[in-house]
Structures are given as structure tokens and as C-alpha cells.
Design a protein around this ligand. Structure first.
Ligand SMILES: *Cc1c(COP(=O)(O)O)cnc(C)c1O
Length: 436
């Protein structure tokens, strides 16, 4: 049986996998969800603790996509995606961290971006012409998407980023790959970049000619592989332990992937949503009123989100019932000051180096443990500390963080990017030239 997908705004209408993945965002501005996800079967549960990370991933991906993607193709895709580990580190006896930063660009976004790239490659294998992926980035997403699509046949990527507003090494992640990856440095803001990308999609002729698609984080194919590591984490804990997952959150993709894992049968004691002062979801969990607002800048900037895009999926999963959501998810928020204190305190107490997003998660885990000290808490550590070197060195001193070779080596590589004013006509003319 094939899986079908519906928009959260039109639950009775379905599209196939190709439409859901390549269109990314339904025309009604909802979000795509799989029609049916059922718990994994007995055969899986008999063996799951002995499966490799990639084997777990294969069974989970099959459960979601079913026969929409043939088993042998899905196996190949997952094997190409899951080539690095997601280790659970026990910082204290029952206080664990799930390290999601061992991929090529040192953030959990590698899982989603790599899976999406390969799935798109498969879905367009018989199409004429190249698939053009347009993406606007303010940091982590662009690097993960560029690395994921690099060298994938039949695809090319155009990345727009705001000049002077991404860190030096982040910029190198976007601008040094070459081949099918092209970077455009926009003399403007991240919002300008997003506006330009949107304008290209709205131009139907352009969109069709270039076979445009988007790689933003609401794509359903980025979510599914994020479920893999919830199983992988649970497998590393002692048998019978039901973990409390603590998830530093911005757009709530990671948390939604955890909910999908639970629907597929993974035993989870509870979910804890941890945010910085952009606390729209913790506030909703507290009193049932959802009030999106402009985001505020913090040191955990990948979570500076004022209108979390996956909230619609969370609501769909809980049937739009606040009481049900707050029964399963606790929500806590923290400011930069206490986050900085926590980075210093935990390093001193345990030697473990948390980066700002992980530190927000750690605080929430401590809060949870006040009432349930016997639980095993697993904080998702979403990126490597070296990606936030400024903050880390302010708190822990210069040289306190090792920079992994794959990031450090970028420093000497040559940046290649087009420079452009943030004007639609200029960008569209460039795209037309590019497509010739
Ligand atoms: C993207 C990102 C987040 C937020 O994840 P969501 O799935 O959007 O909630 C947290 N931490 C880091 C380092 C990120 O890059």
C-alpha cells in the first residue's frame, strides 16, 4: 500500500509522496501529514534493540512511506543518510545527552536534509531537466542543505544568505562546495532573502521552467528521519527504561518527530519542550492561548522563532485539544543569562560542554527532575559547541572548544558567491540566465 498525505487545513484531500515532498507547502498554507501511521509490528519489537541505527531508520521510514518508495530504494537511501552515530552520553547517572552533531555540518539538520535530498533525487529520477532547490538561510539550514545535495544527480541548489549576517565558518559551509551548489550573497537581511525566494515561486513560468522546489524545514521528508534517533536513543538506555525526552525547540520539527516516534510505538515517559525567551509554545501549554509574535534575538539563535511552523502538526496530532497536548508535553523557557550560567556550571561540575541550545534543554531537564528525580532524562544536543564559538569562549575561555577538522579546514578554502542587491528584478534576471 502507498502512503497518502493531507494538508492540515484540508484533512479530506490527499496527494501522493511526490507532490508532498516536491511541493513542500500545500497551496492552502497548511502542512502535509501522512494519512496513516500505525505502530510498528511484533517482528520489529522482537529485534529492535539489536538493529543498527540504519536498520532502525529503514523500518521507521518504511512504516511512514510504505510502498510509496520501494523497499530496496528506501534501504539504499537510509544507508546513505545514516552514516554517522547519535550517541547517548550519560553526563550524570540518569541525566543523558543525545548528541546529534556528528554529521557533516555538525547539527541535527544533517539527518533531515540528507534524507530529503536523496528522496527528491529518487522521486525525480525519470523527470526531464534538473530539479532546482531554492533556499534562504540565516545559518544552519543552508549548510546542511548544501552539503546534503552536493553531488546528488539531477539536482542543483541555489542558496540565498544575508551579507555579513552569518558567521565566517557558516558562510564557508555555503560557499566552498562548488559543483551543483551556488551561493548568492544578498546585500540585505534574512527577510529579504526569504522574500526573493518566495517571489520566484510565485512566478509560475519561472517556477515551472526551473522545476523549482523548496528545502525549508516544514518539508515532511525532513521530519521523518528525525524520528530515527528517538529509537536509537531509547535503544542505548538500559532495557525497560522509558525516557523523558527534552527537546530544545524553535520550529518544533524535532519535537513533532518525537511524537511520530511515539505513534509508531516507542515507549516514551514524557516530552519536555525547552525554549529560550521565544516561549510561544510553553505559554500555550500553560494556559491554552496561542499567541505568535515577532521573534527576539538570543544566544540560542536557531530557536529564535516567534511563530513555530510545526505547531499546526502538533495540533493535528492531538486533535486540536489543548488538554491532550499538555498531558504529554511539558514546556519551560529560559533567558540568556541563566543559559550562560548553565554552560559554565555544567562544565565545572561534570566536564561536559553544552552549547547554548543544549544548555536550554539541560535547564528544562533539571526542572523536570525536581518532581520526578527517578526518571531518565535525555536532552537532545542539537549542534556542536564549535558552531557557537563566540558564546562558548566568552563563558569558558579561549581554546575551550575543539573545532572538528571538517569545520576547521573550511577556513582556508576560497569563498565563491554572487553578490546581489535585494531586488526581485535582479534576482529573476539572474535565475533566467542561470537556467539557460
Ligand atoms: C534548527 C535548530 C533547532 C530548532 O529545532 P526545531 O526542530 O526547529 O525545533 C535547535 N537547535 C539547533 C542547533 C538548530 O539548528
Amino acid at each position: 500500500m502507498s502512503q497518502r498525505f493531507f494538508s492540515t487545513k484540508s484533512p479530506g484531500q490527499f496527494v501522493d509522496v511526490k507532490e508532498a515532498v516536491l511541493r513542500s507547502l500545500p497551496a492552502d498554507n497548511g502542512l502535509y501529514m501522512p494519512e496513516k501511521i500505525s505502530p510498528l509490528g511484533d517482528e520489529f519489537w522482537k529485534n529492535w534493540r539489536d538493529y543498527s541505527f540504519a536498520e532502525l531508520g529503514f523500518h521507521i521510514a518504511r512504516q511512514v512511506f510504505q510502498d510509496s518508495v520501494p523497499a530496496d530504494e528506501m534501504e539504499r537511501i537510509v544507508n546513505e543518510v545514516v552514516t554517522f552515530e547519535a550517541p547517548v552520553v550519560s553526563v550524570k547517572e540518569q541525566e543523558h545527552v543525545l548528541e546529534l552533531f556528528h554529521g557533516p555540518t555538525l547539527a541535527f539538520k544533517d539527518f533531515g536534509a540528507r534524507f530529503m535530498a536523496r528522496l527528491m533525487g529518487y522521486l525525480t529520477r525519470n523527470d526531464d531537466g534538473l530539479l532546482t532547490v531554492l533556499v534562504a538561510t540565516s545559518g544552519d539550514t543552508g549548510g546542511a542543505v548544501a552539503s546534503a545535495f552536493h553531488g546528488v544527480p539531477g539536482t542543483r541548489v541555489v542558496i540565498l544568505y544575508p551579507k555579513g549576517k552569518v558567521s565566517g565558518l557558516q558562510e564557508k559551509q555555503l560557499t566552498t562546495l562548488g559543483q551543483n551548489i551556488t551561493a548568492i550573497e544578498i546585500d540585505g537581511t534574512f527577510d529579504d532573502c526569504q522574500r526573493l525566494v518566495k517571489s520566484a515561486f510565485l512566478d509560475r513560468e519561472m517556477s515551472e521552467k526551473l522545476n523549482l522546489t523548496s528545502a525549508n524545514s516544514i518539508n515532511i521528508s525532513r521530519l521523518v528521519p528525525q524520528s530515527f534517533y528517538y529509537f536509537e536513543a531509547a535503544r542505548q538506555l538500559p532495557e525497560g527504561v522509558e525516557p523523558v525526552f527534552v527537546i530544545p525547540s524553535g520550529n518544533f520539527g524535532n519535537l513533532t518527530a518525537g511524537l511520530l516516534a511515539e505513534i509508531m510505538g516507542l515507549p516514551v515517559k514524557h516530552f519536555v519542550a525547552a525554549t529560550n525567551i521565544n516561549d510561544v509554545v510553553p505559554a500555550y501549554l500553560a494556559d491554552g492561548s496561542y499567541t505568535p509574535r515577532p521573534s527576539v534575538q538570543t544566544i540560542s539563535n536557531a530557536m529564535d522563532v516567534g511563530a513555530p511552523s510545526n505547531f499546526a502538526r502538533m495540533q493535528n496530532i492531538f486533535g486540536d485539544q489543548w488538554e491532550k497536548m499538555k498531558e504529554r508535553i511539558a514546556g519551560y523557557a529560559y533567558n540568556d543569562e541563566i543559559t550562560r550560567d548553565t554552560i559554565r556550571r555544567i562544565q565545572k561540575e561534570t566536564g561536559y560542554v553544552l552549547e547554548p541550545h543544549g544548555a536550554v534543554g539541560w535547564l528544562a531537564a533539571e526542572q523536570w527532575r525536581k518532581n520526578c528525580p527517578e526518571d531518565h532524562t535525555v536532552v537532545l544536543e542539537t549542534a556542536h559547541p564549535s558552531k557557537f564559538l563566540d558564546v562558548m569562549e566568552e563563558e569558558l575561555g579561549e581554546g575551550s572548544v575543539d573545532i572538528p577538522e571538517r569545520l576547521a579546514c573550511l577556513a582556508d578554502q576560497e569563498k565563491v558567491a554572487y553578490e546581489m542587491k535585494p531586488e526581485e528584478e535582479v534576482f529573476h534576471a539572474w535565475l533566467r540566465d542561470f537556467s539557460e
